[in-house]
Design a protein around this ligand. Structure first.
Ligand code: GLA
Length: 738
């Protein structure tokens, strides 16, 4: 339950009448945090504090420690040795900016309150509004800047960060995510070094393979999951970004986050406004898991498309048949997933292209017409088959792309990203090209891809929207020569504009953001997408690590997690179906395989997992996450749990991550339960011949949180079913006295 019994924004206006200035202390208060600003007219906006809630006395005292006050949005030029959030070249060539507060205003929208501190350069008519949005009941503050040029001519924005935060020097550790294709969201934890620690992306499109635009700062030393003070930051942007911490010789780490300005200086015409993406900040005194829960709740309710709607259990065709799409095969897969209790079938790549059929990955993107050689009854036939099976139907597209071998490219070579005067650079399949989303005609085209599909086939329930190329050369054929530096940013402006149109026309279709696996797991796309593809790697063991990292910032409802075949297609590891199911069930469950290749035993495990998942789906997808034992700690086991907000129902996941004879594993205390409640334990997905000793027993929440439950190292199964994998899923249901 969320409690919110204080006003979202409490401010004190101290009118220093004698001096004719207005000093306003702004306390942006959320249920468990406060961000305090000093907006004194005629001075730069200052940030005084970000941390646990303040009493009035504490708030008053803050104002008396000016040494700790930093500019809330530092600008470049005066004292140029310090890092800045904003750097501008004015119309006359002057590179200094010096802003002062001119006023504070507040506006309400959808229950949220936005506080805008207006600042203006002391000499130039350049206006910088620094904005903070607080949503009642949520422990996240969104901040961004709006830069307006009223000078005589264009100004150039050399740097334009979304936000800045000073963090007091001490024993501060940073947790962030790194990785690569098929190895996304690996966790790194490090004490903040002196100098600059930077996290960046320059892919152009897929901004979450090699690094993530989100970080956590643990203020009390080595990060802990369920205790300690943590500041979390998530940049809500789908394009190139830069997050960095500059630890200089002061008592502070200086954290900046925003669009990566490299090769992207922005020319702002007279009268134009540049709005940065939002930076979402959270503070928690309940460790990393607490900060994650803050992001999850805020995101599900305010930022993730349809974040309150449980997701369907699906079968995706990709690893089952790859490009070998045909009617019989699709119909068979639909029957199979329906037979196992699934609710949706998604036909992946390979269904389109008439002049150039999409048989492999080297042609046809852009030619979104059904290949009737493969599917004689077209999408209508597939929808009818889905209906017969009582399930929904979804389809794969990659609308921002084309290939040199395609009808689209033959007609519109001017639509692609390409540097002038050079041969075009090609990607996947030796032919893939990126369309230039800065071009309004391309925006129309991409809108029409979705709109035509949805208008012709309104029963399509789900779209997997892929993007399998980076921007491979710097060149927009649409932008003028002097605005080529706008290419990356205008791409995303066009992308978002198109998504707005799509959602206005088709609010109900579920859309997955896929980008060569987990390349688009970011809060920048999730207002329009219902989920993201976490990784092209479905190996359950490696997924424990990747999903752990992903859960730092993203809720399980958005994290697509599929049971795939054994041996796994990426790692070739053979993992028993039970373990594969137990891992997939901790996210948005799906299947990604050819069900006909499964033996009866595995099929039964998957069908059972689907049935059991339906029971726990609301807890996993809409509940609160408590991470318990990190796989990255290499203790041989990883564990986490989800608890309903009412704390009357929970699911505990436990996976052994390595196997040695007589190994010693820690027993895992639980978290997030109500100490005073009693919970009955039921094992889900059970394969053992005998129940666990705790099966059906009732434990107090306080016992479970102090001690956890003993988990045996292995499963008690018939000899031929023994394996080196072991995992458990336990449901904990509150026992009432009646
Ligand atoms: C990407 C996606 C895969 C699959 C293929 C299809 O690699 O990540 O899931 O859709 O494209 O070509």
């Amino acid at each position: 339950m969320l409690h919110f019994n204080r006003p979202a924004v409490l401010s004190i206006v101290l009118a220093l009448a004698s001096q004719g200035v207005c000093a306003e202390i702004i306390n942006l208060a959320t249920p468990s945090s406060s961000l305090v600003l000093d907006a004194t007219e005629g001075e730069a906006l200052k940030i005084l504090y970000y941390g646990s809630p303040l009493t009035q006395g504490d708030l008053d005292n803050l104002q008396q420690s000016p040494d700790l006050h930093h500019n809330a949005y530092p600008v470049y030029g005066i004292n140029p040795q310090a890092e800045a959030a904003l750097s501008v070249t004015h119309a006359d060539g002057n590179r200094t900016t010096d802003v002062e507060v001119t006023g504070v205003s507040r506006s309400q929208s959808d229950g949220a309150e936005t506080t805008t501190v207006s600042t203006r350069d002391k000499v130039y008519p350049l206006y910088v509004d620094i904005c903070y949005r607080v949503r009642p009941g949520y422990d996240v503050i969104e901040t961004w800047a709006e830069i307006r040029n009223m000078e005589k001519g264009p100004v150039t924005l050399n740097r334009f960060m979304s936000g800045y935060l000073p963090i007091r020097y001490g024993n501060v550790w940073m947790s962030s995510l790194y990785g690569s294709w098929a190895n996304e969201t690996q966790l790194t934890e490090e004490p903040l070094p002196h100098g600059v620690r930077m996290i960046k992306n320059k892919d152009g499109l897929r901004n979450s393979h090699t690094a993530h635009a989100e970080v956590m700062f643990s203020l009390d030393g080595k990060p802990m999951e369920n205790s300690g003070r943590v500041i979390g930051a998530a940049l809500c942007y789908p394009g190139n970004y830069k997050l960095f911490v500059d630890t200089d010789d002061t008592d502070f780490h200086h954290f900046f986050a925003g669009i990566n300005e490299e090769n992207s200086e922005y020319h702002l015409k007279k009268g134009e406004t540049f709005t940065t993406p939002e930076l979402a900040l959270t503070y928690s005194a309940e460790g990393l898991s607490g900060a994650s829960r803050n992001f999850h709740r805020w995101g599900r309710d305010n930022r993730l498309h349809a974040g309150d709607k449980e997701r369907k259990i699906l079968l995706n065709s990709w690893e089952g048949v790859y490009f070998d799409i045909n009617e019989e095969g699709m119909y068979g897969m639909m029957e199979d997933i329906a037979g196992m209790g699934g609710e949706l079938f998604v036909m992946d790549d390979g269904w389109f292209g008439v002049k150039y059929p999409r048989d492999v990955d080297n042609s046809s993107l852009g030619d979104w017409t059904v290949d009737t050689r493969k599917l004689p009854n077209g999408i209508d036939g597939l929808l009818a088959a889905a209906r017969r099976n009582g399930i929904s139907f979804g389809i794969w597209i990659e609308p921002e792309m084309t290939n040199t071998v395609s009808e689209l490219y033959e007609k519109h070579p001017e639509y692609i990203i390409k540097a002038a005067g050079r041969p075009v650079v090609k990607g996947r399949g030796g032919t893939q090209l990126v369309l230039d989303m800065a071009n309004p005609k391309v925006q129309d085209l991409v809108f029409e891809v979705v709109d035509t599909l949805m208008t012709k086939y309104p029963d399509i329930d789900y779209i997997k929207w892929d993007a399998n190329a980076p921007i491979m050369e710097h060149g927009s054929q649409y932008l003028t020569a002097d605005n080529q530096s706008h290419m990356y940013i205008d791409y995303h402006k066009g992308f978002v504009k198109t998504l707005d149109r799509i959602r206005a026309a088709h609010p109900d279709v579920t859309i997955q953001a896929c980008a060569s696996g987990g390349g688009r797991a970011n809060w920048g796309v999730l207002p329009w997408f219902d989920e993201f593809w976490t990784s092209d790697n479905n190996d359950a063991l490696q997924r424990i690590y990747m999903q752990w990292g992903t859960s730092y910032f993203f809720p399980a409802i958005a994290m697509a997690s599929h049971i795939s075949a054994a041996p796994n297609h990426q790692t070739f590891r053979r993992i028993p179906a039970k373990f594969r199911a137990d891992v997939a069930m901790s996210g948005r469950l799906g299947l990604e395989m050819q069900p006909r290749d499964m033996n009866d035993e595995d099929r039964a495990v998957c069908a059972r997992a689907i049935t059991d998942y339906k029971q726990i789906r609301p807890i996993v997808q809409l509940g609160d996450l408590y991470r318990l034992q990190s796989p990255f700690d290499k203790k041989g086991v990883a564990s986490l749990m989800y608890v309903t907000p009412e704390k009357d129902d929970a699911v505990f996941f436990w996976w052994k991550t390595e196997t040695f004879m007589n190994q010693q594993l820690p027993r895992i205390p639980m978290a997030g339960l109500d100490a005073d409640k009693r919970y009955r334990v039921t094992e889900l997905n059970r394969i053992d011949n005998e129940p666990l000793p705790c099966e059906g027993k009732v434990y107090s929440g306080s016992y479970l949180m102090a001690n956890g439950l003993e988990m045996p190292l292995t499963h008690k199964v018939d000899y031929h079913k023994n394996s080196d994998y072991s995992s458990r899923v336990l449901r904990l249901t509150e026992m009432t006295n009646d």
